[in-house]
Design a protein. Structure first.
Ligand code: ADP
Length: 546
């Protein structure tokens, strides 16, 4: 039987439109036309001008035959052109493929071929990788040289410069609102810590929702001054490319993540918010005193992308930053869970607060649900803080799927949930804590050892700046924990035996690293420690004998 609410109450053009973050820019330009939208070095761009530049880009691309469903790739650091591409490209129904600016030529080539890129915007700092990537690529995309005033003065590749390309476009270009919010807006390749990069396809609806979810979670508003320490090519800058515009905040661009640039930028522009992987926080904490500054205002910093050790959260708080902990993946538009603060934590001491904050927490308000389950049966694990299962997510901010890879998409979505591949526990308060990626867990004498748990202890060692723990083949135990450690600059030398003794006092004996190596840790361009490389190194040490 139909209800009275099904009669004469139709979905029509006036009451139903596709959700898209593109409207954020049009609105910001109408509401705050003269407000500074983008700061880049000495240059300032108003919202009116940003809107016109994005329309020019859309128009210029359309004159080159770009339209719905075409891929436009960009290889650039956090500069205005990449921000503009987040609007100009999807205004045509085309799909933005923001490529990791630090990838090698072979991987960039793989991405251009796999995505079928028709236009390729390249910053001059990335020209070498781009040139190599384009070798033998058929058909060759139209290549545009982004001659950023703060970048190299020469050495660009391309048929014309980005500014000349924009000049050929119409600043009043009338873009059309997407008919279908399910339409793809972005194509983001995973950073490859799990092997071959996979092309994650995200849609307008998810981008709109995650931008709003992030704006609310991180407390953005019109006074927000957002410093671009997080790569825009990483999950579209966790959707902050759209979220900051949604609230009419100011984007402060940054070509390079360097404390010597970050501290002065915060002071000069009155930065209120920034995001970064824990490695960025570690860089700020260990910056030389000559570079470090304290600010009169509270700076909000959201961290995620890897587990922030509680020692890092505590050190940031001591430096006067307020830390928000987010967890997510490329497949879920970046942040999808958050360690939401509870009032009773106010009464905890600083260490206990940091321990609570190091948990990945609860689903973002725009993510419909999360759980920790036995991945084989999909049965939820008890909320006991000890039973390990896989974190699964579902909702409207989950990718469409992997481009041209149905098998991987089906595998990721099995059982009606998105499988994150991350193992964790559910605490009695419902908060989730990640223990490891499935492939990073160490199995020693039949016991699971969470590498993150061992690292958490190592980070409390006074001389340790960074630590990563992986499995080393072990004659007796099958695997045993092997720690790789970078000491703080200027730290007194320490020894394997001393580190092992430190761990023995603070964890169960079977979890204590049996091997400790000192040196720099290999990282991905998004600042993640490359555990697979460390695993190789641990394997190369040979099987360990008691
Ligand atoms: P890739 O999978 O290629 O490394 P992603 O950026 O999608 O690129 O990485 C997502 C992964 O990063 C997650 O699956 C998880 O293992 C890790 N991660 C992200 N945020 C956190 C966090 N707050 N705590 C622990 N791990 C995290």
């Amino acid at each position: 039987m139909t209800s009275i609410y099904d009669q004469g109450l139709d979905r029509v053009a006036a009451n139903h439109m596709a959700l898209t973050p593109l409207g954020f820019l049009e609105r910001a330009a109408a509401v705050w036309p003269d407000k500074v939208a983008v700061v880049h070095g000495a240059a300032r761009t108003s919202y009116r001008e940003l809107d016109r530049r994005c329309r020019r880009l859309a128009s210029a691309l359309s004159r080159c035959g770009i339209g719905p469903g075409d891929t436009v790739s960009v290889l650039a650091p956090n500069i205005p052109a990449l921000l503009e591409a987040h609007y100009g490209v999807p205004m045509l129904g085309a799909v933005l493929n923001a490529i990791n600016a630090r990838l090698d030529a072979a991987t960039v080539g793989f991405i251009l071929r796999h995505s079928g890129a028709k236009v390729f915007l390249v910053d001059r700092d990335c020209a070498e990788a781009a040139r190599g990537a384009l070798e033998g690529l058929e058909p060759r995309p139209l290549v545009i040289d982004i001659a950023d005033p703060l970048g190299p003065a020469s050495g660009g590749i391309g048929e014309m410069t980005y500014e000349a390309f924009l000049a050929s476009g119409d600043p009043d270009f009338a873009w059309s609102w997407p008919e279908d919010e399910w339409q793809a807006i972005g194509l983001n390749y995973t950073s490859g810590t799990t092997g071959n990069p996979k092309g994650v396809v995200v849609h307008h609806r998810g981008a709109f929702l995650n931008a709003i979810g992030n704006a609310i979670t991180f407390g953005l508003g019109p006074e927000t001054v957002y410093l671009w320490t997080l790569p825009m090519f990483h999950c579209n800058g966790w959707c902050y490319t759209w979220a900051v515009t949604a609230v009419g905040g100011t984007h402060v661009c940054l070509r390079r993540v360097d404390p010597a640039l970050i501290f002065p930028a915060i002071a000069e522009h009155g930065v209120t918010h920034l995001c970064g992987a824990p490695i960025v926080l570690t860089m700020l904490i260990h910056a030389p005193d000559t570079v470090k500054r304290r600010f009169k205002h509270l700076v909000e910093v959201a961290t995620g992308g890897a587990a922030p050790p509680s020692a890092v959260i505590a050190a940031m708080s001591q430096m006067g930053f307020h830390v928000t902990h987010l967890y997510g993946l490329t497949e879920v538009y970046g942040p999808s869970t958050l360690c939401a603060w509870q009032e009773d934590w106010d009464g905890f001491d600083a260490d206990a607060q940091a321990t609570m904050m190091a948990r990945q927490g609860v689903n973002l308000l725009t993510m419909a649900g999360q759980d920790v389950v036995d991945p084989a049966t999909m049965t939820p694990v008890p909320a006991d803080g000890t039973t390990i299962g896989e974190l699964v997510l579902r909702g409207n901010t989950v990718m469409k799927g992997y481009l041209r890879n149905r098998a991987a998409s089906d595998e990721a979505f099995r059982g009606g949930w998105f499988h994150t591949g991350d193992l964790g526990v559910k605490h009695p308060d419902g908060y989730v804590e990640i223990k490891d990626r499935a492939k990073d867990i160490i199995i020693s004498g039949g016991e699971n050892i969470s590498s993150l748990e061992v690292e958490e202890v190592l980070y409390r060692h006074p001389q340790v700046m960074e630590a990563a723990v992986v499995a080393r083949p072990d004659a007796k135990w099958g695997e045993s924990p092997c720690a790789f450690i970078t000491l703080k600059p200027g730290a007194a030398p320490t020894t394997e035996a001393e580190v092992i003794a430190f761990c023995r006092e603070r964890m169960a004996r079977y979890k204590v690293p049996r091997t400790v190596m000192f040196g720099a840790l290999p990282k991905t361009s998004t600042g993640k420690i490359q555990k697979f490389q460390l695993r190789e190194q641990a394997k190369a040490l040979g099987e360990r004998h008691e």
